[in-house]
Structure formats: structure tokens, C-alpha cells
Design a protein around this ligand. Structure first.
Ligand code: PMV
Length: 334
């Protein structure tokens, strides 16, 4: 047994996952495409200890509710089953960004937990196996395992549903500037939102249009065609939110400030500032621009009165940051 610390980035989806074809296995209705983010991440330490009567889970700086705790314990249970062990674990985890605000804390959280806990349990899993396992904790977590720009293949079975790297982080110098608007956790989690998605009249046409959309975005990514890329990510974000807003019950993740930024982005393009937006399940807006325009976009956001922004470059997926061999009494660096 080892005490292992792993770090995993959150990711921003350009083509999004909203709705599942298998609830239990978390198989998505469509493929999705994302980029790992350099400045929003989770660091998680896991050690399995013989003397524990139950799993101990601590999230630094935040109180974990029972539902979130259970999700983590269920994931540890999957890992114990794979490793054929019965020992409980001590888990300490920390996000460097607010939870439940549409920055995918469940993605970075479950990716870091998967890597730290499987390594601590001496399992030697391939990147594909790690991605499959992370997906079962939180769908989008599977995209935080491989590097850079990733695609999650929806698949028709658990083994066929995982993310892989399309391009490394240095493929394209683009920036995601997150405008933080709301820091209060959302009322309806994305896990619950997926279940509601099918109740929207727009859900079916959305899924039917996915193959074509994915073909276009992959071509834009390959050619590094920023305009084509930007147009499709905006269309996609609005499409997903249209499904959310027309679900029964309706889900409104946007705040007035979200809309203000959307309109401003259109104006900025008119004055020759190429920038596009995308939004996950929360009010915060991700502004995607080319590296050369990063400062101009940040200044523009400040002029709108946005006080907190997080600037992200594409980055690698989950990785180990420390590993200690453990003999049951004391730790030594391995
Ligand atoms: O993995 P979940 O259940 O947190 O769902 C993520 C949903 C979105 O962030 C809205 C879209 C996506 O593909 O990341």
C-alpha cells in the first residue's frame, strides 16, 4: 500500500455531454470534446489504512454534504473491488476553485481520486482503464485523464466509453478566460440535470445533430481555424442551454451578468477582437480567445465590472505528484 497524491485539471467542454443513454454506467448520449485547463484543478491524497472502520473523506476549505460523500465512497468501493481489497481509505482533497459553479469540480475531483486511489491500491491501470473508471464517478471526469484536447467516445458499453487525447496541450495556443460571476453552489447538480434533459422537446434534435457538429469541430481543431471553431462552440453552448431551459422542470443556470457578457462578446467581435463564449452547468462564462488576445479580453472583462477571472491554457491530464511506500507504521518517499 502507498500514500499517493494526484493532481487533475478541470476541463471545458466545447461539444458538451448533456443526457445519458445509460444512467447507471454513465454512458453519454453523444461524443464530447474538451480541453484540460491549467489553472483550475483538484489535488487529492489517498491512503488505505488497516485500522480505519470506514472511509474518511475531507475536503479542505469546504463542507462535504452526505450525497457528495456517498459518491466518493461508492467510487472507492469500485476501486476496492478491482484491487480485491477490503481496507478503508483516508482521502484529503482540495480544489483551487469554488465548487458547484459550473467549473467542473466533479471532473477534476473524480479524475484525481481515480488516479490517486488506484495507485495507492497498487493497481496498474492504462490511461484508457483510468478514463473508464473515472467516468463512473462523474462522466466528464473521463476527459480529465488524458492530455490536452480530448474526445470522449460515447460507446455502447462501459469498456467502450472513455476519453483519449486528440492533441497535446501545445497543439494550439488558445486561452480560456473564466469570468466568475456566481460562487454559490447551483441548486440542481449536473448529475440531476442529465436525467431531466430528455424531457425537453429540443433534446432529440440536439442529439441527432451531434455527429455533424463533431465532424466540423474536429476539422476546425485540426486546421486551427479559430473562427470556425469559435462559431461552433458558441452554437453548441446555446443549444445545450436551450435544452436545459426547456426541460421539465426548467433549468436556468444563467444570471443577468451571464447574458451581459454574451452580448458584449458579440460587440467585441465587431471591433475586431476574436473571442467566443461557452458555458457549462452554471452562470460563469468561459471566454475562448487566441493567446495573443488574452490581455485585451481580460481588460474588456474588467471594464464590464467582472472582478474575478481565471486564465487557463491547455494542459495535461491527471498525474501523480507524490508517492510514498507505506509499511503500516511510517511513510518513506518512493
Ligand atoms: O460530468 P457531469 O455530470 O458533471 O456533467 C457535465 C456537464 C457539462 O459540464 C454541462 C457538460 C460537459 O460536457 O462537461
Amino acid at each position: 500500500m502507498r500514500k499517493v497524491t494526484a493532481i487533475a485539471p478541470a476541463n471545458i467542454a466545447f461539444i458538451k455531454y448533456w443526457g445519458r443513454k445509460d444512467e447507471k454506467l454513465r454512458l453519454p448520449a453523444n461524443n464530447s470534446l474538451a480541453m484540460n485547463l491549467s489553472n483550475v484543478f483538484t489535488i487529492t491524497t489517498v491512503e488505505f489504512l488497516e485500522n480505519l472502520k470506514q472511509d474518511q473523506i475531507k475536503m479542505a476549505g469546504e463542507k462535504l454534504d452526505d450525497k457528495s460523500k456517498k459518491r466518493i465512497v461508492d467510487h472507492l468501493e469500485r476501486i476496492r473491488n478491482l484491487a480485491n481489497i477490503k481496507v478503508h481509505a483516508r482521502v484529503v482533497t482540495k480544489n483551487n476553485f469554488p465548487k458547484g459553479t459550473g467549473i467542473a469540480s466533479s471532473a477534476s475531483g473524480f479524475a484525481a481520486l481515480t488516479l490517486a486511489a488506484t495507485t495507492a491500491a497498487d493497481l496498474k491501470l492504462s490511461q484508457k482503464q483510468l478514463s473508464i473508471l473515472a467516468r463512473q464517478g462523474s462522466g466528464s471526469a473521463c476527459r480529465s485523464i488524458p492530455d490536452g484536447f480530448t474526445e470522449w467516445r460515447a460507446g455502447n458499453s462501459s469498456e467502450a466509453s472513455y476519453a483519449y487525447s486528440l492533441y497535446p496541450p501545445n497543439w494550439w495556443d488558445i486561452t480560456d478566460i473564466i469570468a466568475i460571476i456566481g460562487e454559490t453552489p447551483k441548486k440542481v447538480s449536473s448529475s440531476e440535470g442529465h436525467v431531466l434533459s430528455e424531457s425537453s422537446l429540443f433534446y432529440k434534435p440536439r442529439i441527432e445533430g451531434m455527429r455533424a457538429k463533431i465532424r466540423i469541430i474536429k476539422e476546425a481543431l485540426k486546421q486551427r481555424n479559430f473562427k470556425k471553431f469559435g462559431e461552433i462552440i458558441e452554437e453548441e453552448a446555446v443549444n445545450m442551454h436551450a435544452v436545459m431551459m426547456t426541460s421539465k422542470p426548467a433549468l436556468f443556470y444563467w444570471l443577468p451578468k451571464t447574458m451581459e457578457i454574451i452580448l458584449a462578446v458579440q460587440d467585441w467581435r465587431d471591433i475586431d477582437l476574436p473571442v467566443y463564449f461557452t458555458i457549462d452547468a452554471g452562470p460563469n462564462v468561459h471566454l475562448i480567445c487566441q493567446g495573443k488576445d488574452e490581455n485585451r479580453v481580460s481588460q474588456k472583462l474588467k471594464s464590464l465590472g467582472i472582478k474575478k477571472i481565471i486564465i487557463n491554457k491547455p494542459t495535461n491530464g491527471a498525474r501523480i505528484i507524490s508517492k510514498h511506500l507505506y509499511d503500516g507504521t511510517r511513510a518513506f518517499v518512493g
